[in-house]
Design a protein around this ligand. Structure first.
Ligand SMILES: [Zn+2]
Length: 234
């Protein structure tokens, strides 16, 4: 099983200027084991190495016949460690974990077709849910990723027009029906030819495939999907 490699390429370690002063006074704690993590922020080297890398197209993509996405990949399995990080990102007001995971994605997929995207489009939350949570976790993942690839995040390209019911109890068909037409393009938004949709987890893919469908309809030629994790197959 492949597990986590280098967290940052040498030149990208946050060791300069103001950040290093902050780190000196407030050394970063690993979000998983709680130990001080002096070399890398938020996740110590030992915990990172236990995160199982998936780095493939999730099997559930095969459920979608004629799907609109060109390339799909999840970096990790949704195992215990990644699950804990994503839970903290979504429910414990830790947007910096999203940016950290985004940088991991950025480094890992640097030399792939995903990095040829002209813009990143995070899957939007319904506005009520975003207010409850105060931020959209996918936006912060995209922001971290964008800092590595040097491309823009189109935060407001898509709008979630209705509050879909939680998908966890739904089967594949119900998920697709639940999410159909849940997104729309904001007025006059220009969509580049090559875009990459960013989300935290790819389960059946109903949500990201629906956003891909909207973006293709809006004129995108290549729509990729990149997510942090996907569950292991039962
Ligand atoms: Zn740790």
């Amino acid at each position: 099983m492949q597990t986590g490699g280098l967290l940052f390429k040498p030149g990208q370690r946050i060791t300069k200027g103001f950040s290093s002063i902050i780190d000196w006074f407030f050394p970063s704690q690993c979000c998983i084991c709680g130990k001080l993590s002096d070399k890398t922020p938020y996740l110590c080297e030992a915990c990172y190495r236990q995160c199982a890398v998936f780095d493939k197209c999730p099997d559930s993509v095969a459920y979608h016949t004629d799907h609109p996405a060109d390339h799909v990949s999840a970096m990790f399995y949704f195992d215990e460690h990644i699950q804990k990080l994503l839970h903290q990102l979504k429910y414990q007001d830790m947007p910096f974990i999203g940016e950290f995971l985004g940088r991991c994605l950025g480094n890992h997929y640097q030399s792939t077709q995903f990095a040829e995207s002209e813009a990143l489009i995070p899957v939007p939350l319904y506005h009520v849910r975003r207010r409850e949570r105060t931020y959209n976790q996918s936006f912060h993942i995209a922001r971290g990723l964008a800092s590595v690839w040097g491309i823009p995040v189109m935060k407001r390209a898509l709008k979630r027009c209705r509050n879909t019911q939680t998908q966890t109890q739904l089967n594949k068909t119900q998920r697709q029906e639940n999410i159909y037409n849940a997104f729309s393009l904001r007025n006059k938004t220009y969509i580049p030819e090559r875009v990459c949709i960013i989300d935290d987890v790819f389960t059946t893919g109903a949500t990201t495939m629906e956003t891909a469908r909207i973006l293709k309809r809006a004129g995108a030629k290549i729509v990729n999907i990149l997510v942090v994790a996907t569950p292991r197959k039962d």
